[in-house]
Design a protein around this ligand. Structure first.
Ligand code: 4NP
Length: 171
């Protein structure tokens, strides 16, 4: 049995890449440490829009994450690129608009390696739901975003653990 496997790669995508997807990025990165999966899973985030390329996360998103012990201050926004669909195993959209944009982009690339999923579908209680855009709302929106993302990240970790176990059994 080989232990030389490439890491699973996860890309979270929202519109601006300064609120929801960096929050998911930071939460998963932190939970991977807790789950002992550092090095077995790699995480990035990106946006479908261009407005905030190179910017750090929104101050409200950083504060909400920090209140739960997660530092996302090092993250910088980038735009989704076509190679993401071949470089990542999971490309995970925060809402249905992001999902449609990603599916259209991926279709123009031929057959993508990545599974393109809706974030809400990783949590049974949120299946089919969007992680709503908090950008134009109050601080409360960021709390709700964190609650939902947290539940979804739990489900995603279980999925990744299953994937990793499956890869081992095929070695
Ligand atoms: P995000 O939120 O997609 O969760 O990063 C947004 C951030 C910025 C904008 C829209 C949504 N904007 O229009 O600039």
């Amino acid at each position: 049995m080989s232990t030389l496997r490439r890491p699973l790669r996860v890309l979270f995508v929202c519109l601006g890449n300064i609120c929801r997807s960096p929050t998911a990025h930071g939460l998963l990165r932190s939970r991977l440490v807790d789950a002992g999966l550092t090095g077995q899973v790699e995480v990035e985030s990106a946006g479908t829009g261009t407005w905030h390329i190179g910017h750090p996360p929104d101050a409200r998103a950083m504060a909400a994450a920090a209140a739960r012990g997660v530092d996302i201050g090092d993250l910088r926004a980038r735009k989704v690129k076509s190679s993401d669909f071949s470089d990542f195993d999971y490309v995970i959209a925060m809402d249905h608009g992001n999902l449609a944009d990603l599916q259209a982009l991926a279709a123009s690339q031929g057959t993508p390696r990545a599974r393109i999923e809706l974030m809400g579908d990783f949590s049974p209680e949120h299946a089919g739901q969007a992680v709503g855009d908090p950008y134009y709302g109050g601080d409360n929106g960021f709390e709700r975003v964190l609650d939902m993302i947290s539940a979804c990240v739990d489900g995603l970790i279980r999925q990744l653990q299953n994937d990793l176990a499956g890869e081992h059994s095929r070695d």
